[in-house]
Design a protein around this ligand. Structure first.
Ligand code: ATP
Length: 607
């Protein structure tokens, strides 16, 4: 006997609204229906395990089939099935009211783009691609009669008795004219691969099981070998280099979370490596946009997070404030820090070999998360120009005796380019100073962080001052020139250089130091760096030409010669000395270099 009825929901015509809402993400209908089928088989397994089902369980499985001729997609399972009464309750009432609620909540929301794809619409999502949906189902309960339900997405439905041998449910979608793409086998295969790859029950398509029902994150770490982790990484990212190491996440209180996070080999273009963490909920793929769920600095990691506690059906602003999301954030941060610390402690040499790959990530974490800083400060490594690694404390101890200035500040020297700044590095080494290599993009921020966190420590780039001033002592150097001679020498150089952005100063350095030294003060360069990365409200600095200090060494014999030379040669020699200083710092190029070479030949010819 056929029964017809009306689905009792208040919103009329939710179908067109939903279709419009989910326009960009129609494909999730398959995820929803396959997950329902998986749920039904898992419920069956549970019912059998507690002895409430005496019949044959069979091999629990979900099948997906496409019939292009008949224009249908069928999702079948041998799960618990439904009686006609249950269809009325679960499909007519629950599924439809869920869809109605969705429309009510989000129809005026400006955030709809963000929630699309994260909000599981459940069974109703079938109507995004089908103009008629049928359910043929038979409950596992003894003596149950099969039922056949049909609905065109409006609020009307029909149920008739049906003939079905086996327990379980077939959901048949009669694909709508505008959804032809879903009748293509390849399209269906792609969608299954995206969302269903790790569902816990075998999913068969075209005679093949398309999923891995027991992915390694659902197992205990003690059951797994390094090979297992590496193979799984390959399965996820077939084209990536092997990971450096990994963390197996596994908590069930106060929230539920499993997963594996891999440390990839990080290239400097880390922007490109984002969206490599996939979010699952009970092995169903949800999204690879895990912003807000995973701390920002951990977005560089790869892998999988699986949690039913992450609310998927809410908007982004809600997600940020959600307490389980916050706890998950804290937990992941802690696990990552602990893992790094463990690697550092267990195998210092090994840790040093991967430092190049993890340093950007660790520094990024220290900058963006205070709790991470507190843990990482004990294993973050500093590398010097000789390639040796030190922790912060080890390094402070190393330079303590020799690099304290007159104000009791420890001055840590660094280079951003050991080749270009070679003359300065060498000058520093001649005084037995140690020089750190801080040359990645993140280091300019990291330097600021160290100064802010470490007491009585300041960092200076080797070329920010002349060697005497780099680490200031109380001693004053005698000048062999009188004040009048110094004044004259300054005038000669100013005339020879003839550039208002080169500030000339005559100072008594050691006779062994270079005759002319060009430096850019640390604070000036940092402000310019900040303006380049857009921070600190220093935008205007970016447009200013570089200004340098030119220190003329009063005690160098060359400068005494400049003073004593007559005529044009005087300026030529001063200019020559200045150009040589530029040259040693890779600052001489183009026309200036050509002029320099010509002048060199002229001076040599004169001698
Ligand atoms: N293949 C199936 N076998 C048995 N029962 C099913 C099947 N598909 C759906 N149901 C029943 O219909 C109900 C409604 O399904 P629907 O997908 O709309 O919501 P849900 O699965 O409860 O929640 P979600 O929004 O997470 O999908 C299910 O809870 C289940 O009881």
């Amino acid at each position: 006997m056929e029964e017809r009825g009306n689905i009792s929901i208040h919103t009329e015509n939710i179908f067109p609204i939903i279709k419009k809402f989910l326009y960009s993400d129609h494909e999730i209908f398959l995820r929803e229906l396959v997950s329902n089928a998986v749920d039904a088989t898992q419920k069956m397994k549970r019912i059998a395990s507690i002895g409430e089902y005496k019949g044959e369980l069979g091999e629990l499985k979900v099948k997906v089939a496409v019939d292009k001729e008949a224009r249908t997609i069928t999702i079948s399972d041998n799960g618990i099935g439904m009686t006609a009464e249950e269809i009325k309750k679960y499909i007519n009432q629950i599924a439809f009211s869920g869809a109605a609620e969705f429309v009510e909540r989000f129809k005026d929301s400006g955030e709809k783009d963000q929630i699309i794809g994260q909000f599981g619409l459940g069974f109703y999502s079938a109507f995004m691609v089908a103009d008629r949906v049928e359910i043929v189902t038979k409950s596992y309960q003894e003596g149950a009669e099969a039922a056949h339900w049909t609905c065109d997405g409006s609020t009307e439905f029909a149920i008739i008795p049906a003939h079905k041998e086996d327990r379980g449910t077939n959901v048949i979608l009669n694909v709508a004219a505008d959804s032809d793409e879903f009748l293509e086998k390849e399209r269906i295969r792609t969608i299954l691969n995206k969302y269903c790859k790790f569902l816990p029950v075998p999913v068969e398509f075209e005679g093949e099981v398309i999923n891995n029902p027991n992915p390694i994150w659902t197992k205990q770490p003690s059951e797994l070998t390094d090979e297992d982790y590496k193979n799984f990484y390959k399965e996820l990212y077939p084209f990536s280099e092997a990971p450096l190491f990994w963390i197996h996440l596994n908590v069930d209180y106060p929230f539920n979370l499993t997963g594996i996070l891999y440390f990839p080999k990080i290239k400097n273009d880390f922007e490109l490596q984002r969206n490599k963490i996939q979010l699952y909920s009970r092995q169903v793929f949800i999204t690879d946009e895990v912003k807000d769920v995973v701390p920002e600095f951990l977005m560089l990691l790869h892998g999988i997070i699986d949690s039913p506690d992450i609310p998927l059906n809410v908007s982004r602003s809600f997600l940020q404030a959600d307490s389980s999301v916050k706890k998950i954030n804290t937990y992941i941060t802690k696990k990552v820090a602990d893992k790094l610390n463990e690697n550092f402690k267990k195998d210092r040499a090994g840790f040093e070999t991967i430092w190049n790959d993890v340093n950007v990530f660790v520094k990024y974490g220290m900058l963006s998360d205070d709790k991470f800083y507190e843990k990482a400060k004990d294993f973050v490594l500093l590398q010097n120009t000789e390639g040796k690694y030190y922790t912060i404390e080890e390094y402070k101890a190393l330079v303590q005796a020799n690099q304290q200035n007159k104000n009791d500040q420890l001055v840590l020297l660094y280079t951003t380019d050991a080749d270009k700044q070679h003359a300065f590095v060498e000058a520093a080494q001649s005084r037995s100073y140690d020089v750190l290599k801080l040359d990645s993009m993140i280091d300019s921020h990291f330097i600021g962080l160290l100064e802010q966190k470490l007491e009585k420590v300041t960092l200076k780039r080797v070329d920010s001052e002349t060697i005497d001033k780099l680490i200031e002592r109380d001693e004053t150097k005698e000048s062999v020139l009188s004040d009048k001679e110094k004044e004259d020498l300054k005038g000669i150089y100013e005339q020879a250089i003839n550039n208002q952005h080169m500030i000339v100063e005559v100072a008594p350095l050691s006779p062994d130091d270079a005759p002319v030294v060009i430096t850019m003060p640390e604070f000036m360069r940092r402000m310019k760096d900040m303006s380049k990365t857009g921070g600190g409200g220093m935008m205007f600095m970016g447009d200013m030409p570089d200004t340098y200090n030119v220190t003329v060494n009063a005690n160098h014999p060359l400068n005494q010669r400049v003073l004593n030379t007559e005529g044009e040669t005087k300026t030529a020699v001063a200019r020559q000395a200045f150009d040589l200083a530029l040259l040693s710092q890779n600052m001489l190029s183009g026309a200036a270099l050509t002029t320099f070479v010509k002048r060199s030949f002229e001076l040599m010819t004169k001698e």
